[in-house]
Write a protein that binds this ligand. Structure first.
Ligand code: SF4
Ligand code: FE
Length: 488
């Protein structure tokens, strides 16, 4: 397994084509806006080397029998799924943000299922290819970006009906030794910290969209791939050289638009090619896995609850009964989320190829709550923090000779806390509930792994309504049977 230092070096060597504020970024490793996100991924390496976390952070490869980072593992049993949830909470709590490595893990697992399914039905040899790629990822302990979301253009039109056919990623040329693809993937979490990019189709596709039914992996620095960094609220605070104003001094996330401008992919790296019938199962299983992954938000919730209790003490209100009750509510909601992500893991099952997958209905219910509860936690945190969370002057003012003493005097809270510590915890709450970290804790909770309506559609599809109605009808003496093709 790689060390954090080795990981840093391996990313420097890639020299990705990244653009930010209109210019190419020459050195990603020393760019202050990106440093916190690189630190967060490095943490996934560091924690795997700590003896006290190895049971959660590492696994035994079913291919090589060697110890590997759990982020590169194919789930072999229910316990693997449970440990995935625990890993998400652990890392969320240690970073307070998105640590970016889950999408690739979920992509690897879904491809292990789908390549097997296509091979069984069509006699292809995708599993062999995929396992060679997986062995490379496990052996070298690589970060994979899972690239699913296309820009999508006009949402009412199918991919081939779009005015610009590139709005969904597609195959534009077939060659003897591989394929050429064109298009883009949006909202790519952690792409600039990834060694490999795993591309998957974004939706269930029909025959007319066969060119779009493609899945493959390419090194992140492959010629023709361009990255454009997405802005985050308060992002430039990272380059102000006043760490206190960042709230979280060490960690953060990033998202990019990733453009594929006629990128060549050798056959060896292609895992689905025009088998459009398998796009639906791929998307459904991937989203189930990735919805479970939002266990990360439970760990981030732990940080926000800890920050809220701390600011309550610093403000001198920790003993007020309504404040205590609000913090109980935060814990109740956060632990309810944990219950649901654990439940979908414990109710998991083996797919025909042997890979374990979570219970899809429960994973969707969990993610649907993730789209709501963090907003309630954030509201309570702001409520208890008070208005200072948005009116506090800068660290530079705090350090300056005229304004510093005035801030020391007038921003003092309870005698037990220093003004500086009170400012630090307020800045952390600001960052997590409306600043750069709110991307990961709030908006990503809402839209990441699918917006709330996507989960409602899945919940409607997956519940056994017929069975529920038959329970009710039996109890009150209704004799009629529902027709076999009944849909509520
Ligand atoms: Fe992982 Fe959570 Fe970030 Fe998604 S949002 S990549 S699940 S840490
Ligand atoms: Fe995500």
């Amino acid at each position: 397994m790689m060390t954090p230092e080795h990981y840093e070096q391996s990313m420097q060597d890639l020299n990705l084509a990244v653009y930010m504020f209109g210019k190419r970024v020459s050195d990603l490793g020393s760019e202050p806006l990106l440093r916190p996100s690189r630190n967060a991924v490095a943490k996934t390496y560091e924690m795997a080397h700590r003896p006290e976390h190895q049971a959660v952070m590492t696994a035994t490869s079913h291919l090589s029998g060697k110890q590997i980072n759990r982020f590169t593992h194919i789930f072999q049993n229910t316990q693997d799924l449970v440990l995935k949830t625990r890993m998400g909470r652990l890392l969320g709590a240690h970073t307070g943000c998105c640590f970016q490595r889950c999408v690739g893990m979920d992509a690897l697992n879904v491809l292990s299922i789908i390549t097997h399914a296509i091979d069984q039905a069509k006699g292809t040899s995708y599993t062999e290819r995929f396992n060679r790629f997986l062995a490379h990822v496990q052996e070298n302990d690589l970060v994979c970006d899972g690239a699913m979301t296309d820009p999508k253009g006009d949402r009412s039109l199918a991919p081939h009906e779009q005015a610009d056919p590139d709005l969904y990623l597609r195959v534009v040329e077939e060659r003897r030794n591989g394929i050429v693809v064109r298009g883009a993937k949006a909202h790519q979490t952690g792409a600039l910290n990834s060694h490999e990019v795993i591309v998957m189709p974004t939706a269930t596709l029909r025959e007319a969209d066969r060119e779009y039914a493609v899945s493959f992996a390419v090194p992140a620095n492959t010629s023709g791939i361009t990255y454009i960094l997405g802005r985050q609220s308060c992002d430039t605070r990272r380059s102000e050289n006043s760490p206190m104003d960042m709230g979280n001094l060490y960690f953060g996330g990033h998202e990019v638009l990733m453009v594929f401008d006629d990128v060549f992919v050798p056959w060896e790296r292609v895992f689905m090619y025009k088998e459009f019938e398998y796009t639906g199962p791929l998307v459904e299983k991937f989203t189930a896995y990735h919805r479970q992954s939002y266990a990360c938000k439970v760990g981030v919730g732990d940080v926000l609850i800890g920050a809220t209790q701390t600011v309550a003490e610093y403000n001198g209100v920790a003993k007020a009964s309504h404040v205590r009750d609000k913090i109980v509510e935060m814990n109740h909601l956060n632990e309810s989320l944990f219950c649901a992500t654990l439940a979908c893991a414990y109710e998991g099952h083996a797919e025909p190829g042997g890979t374990y997958i979570v219970d899809s209905l429960l994973a969707n219910v969990f993610k649907h709550n993730i789209a709501q509860f963090p907003y309630v936690l954030a509201r309570i945190a702001q409520d208890i923090a008070g208005g200072l969370v948005v009116t506090l002057p800068s660290e530079a003012d705090f350090r300056a000779p005229v304004t510093g003493p005035l801030m020391q005097k007038y921003y003092r809270g309870a005698a037990s806390a220093s003004t500086e510590n009170r400012m630090r915890i307020l800045r952390l709450i600001e960052a997590m509930t409306m600043g750069s970290l709110a991307v990961g804790y709030l908006t990503e909770s809402l839209h990441g792994a699918g917006s709330p309506q996507a989960q409602r559609i899945m919940i409607a599809r997956l519940v056994n309504m017929k069975e529920k109605q038959s329970f009710a009808k039996k109890l009150c003496g209704i004799q009629e049977d529902l027709p076999a093709d009944y849909q509520p």
